[in-house]
Design a protein around this ligand. Sequence first.
Ligand SMILES: [Zn+2]
Length: 458
Amino acid sequence: MSLEFAEPTEFQLIDEVLDLDTGQPIKAVAFIARELRAVMQDRAMIVSRLNKDLENPWLVCPYCMAAVYLVSSVDRKFFFRHRHEDENCPKKSGPGLSQEVINALKYNGAKESLAHQRTKELVRQSLLADSRFSTPQVEKVWRGMDRKKWRKPDVQTAWNDRRFAFEIQLSTTYLSIVVERRDFYQAEGGHLVWIFQDFDPQRTPRAEEDVFFNNNTNVFVANASTLQRSRETGKFTLECWYTIPVLVAGPILDEWHRADVSIDELTLDLERQRVFFFDYDAERARLNDELAEQGLEALRQTFECFWERYGGMSSTESIRTKWGELRDKFKPYGLALPEHYTEPPFNGIVSLMLSAKHGRPIGYGHQRLIQVANTAFDHYKPFLLPFGWALQTYGHNAVLDEQDTKGTWKKRRKMIREQIKAKDPSYERNTNYDALIAFLLPQIKRKLLRTENDKDQE
Ligand SMILES: [Zn+2]
């Protein structure tokens, strides 16, 4: 399925919030209209920050400075609400939940309690089947290191020095509960595992999303079949639903998968209070890099096409127009191209580096690479190092050797090395064009960015 984006409600009473971390105002619509996963993680972050320190909220109403939090309406759209309504705030909203809604929640609660009992028992039995766990305890107090704080997890157990709390996810499990439990067990050094009674990826209520978007998009279900498997294998086993991000001809898509997984196959990440089978976040970061690199490669090719055709020509009206279009495409990447492509030394440096990359003259009227090398020696001494790295890295030194029938380049190369070693100022490297060179020749990027320190260590 394609990535889901969060939607703001049509009318945003609190249309702007103030980010106290940055001091910047943010339009409510801009905060909300992002990928749902990110919004759900921020929604939990807002509550977590409020729980930790009421005096230091993350987002506040710019009119009354009261903390705000993000609410999901019944039609799955988001809006901001004051944590406490201030009578004097022009953005004050009316009363909260209507009595009908409260009654409906109570009714659901009663209906659910039976299923809740059953799931707790399934978890307890499954843990009993795995002798590595201590005897599971149901609804026993877990006293905090701060003795005033305590919780009563549905099921708790231990495995060597690791403590586990299992909480059954119910439709009435609100975000504040999810966040508060997560933060409590994290402070306790305990792993919190939310257990679902069942799961349908086609239909994910917000209460479920509050749990799994904050757990690397991994969902755990306990049922009769996972209990049976736990008993057969002697390993505590759950059903795991997880998304894998995939690249299909462009955008990233999320694919849901399911697997029976034993506790041994799970990553227990205490630092971020996550328990997961598949590392969605890591894979997603890798795909984002890949996508970004694909975009860069397309831009690189567009640039090279231009340079191959026009780099060595004098400017005309139509080439200037094409250059202007190219400059616009570079802007989002923070790479500023000069107003005129013919500008020295920019023009020469680009021709030099692209020729070294491809092993043939590009942007020059020359026939052979050796002529480019001689031009580099005569006119671009501060760029000889990257020129040499490019020839080496892209594998074109042999071309030069073959064309160097008189041995002139061989002699020059020796001289270049000696002069650079002797720190001859005319060879001192000019780094002003490094960002551009790194973009055009990504394979020598690391050499370009290496610091003086790195060189000393060689
Ligand atoms: Zn306000």
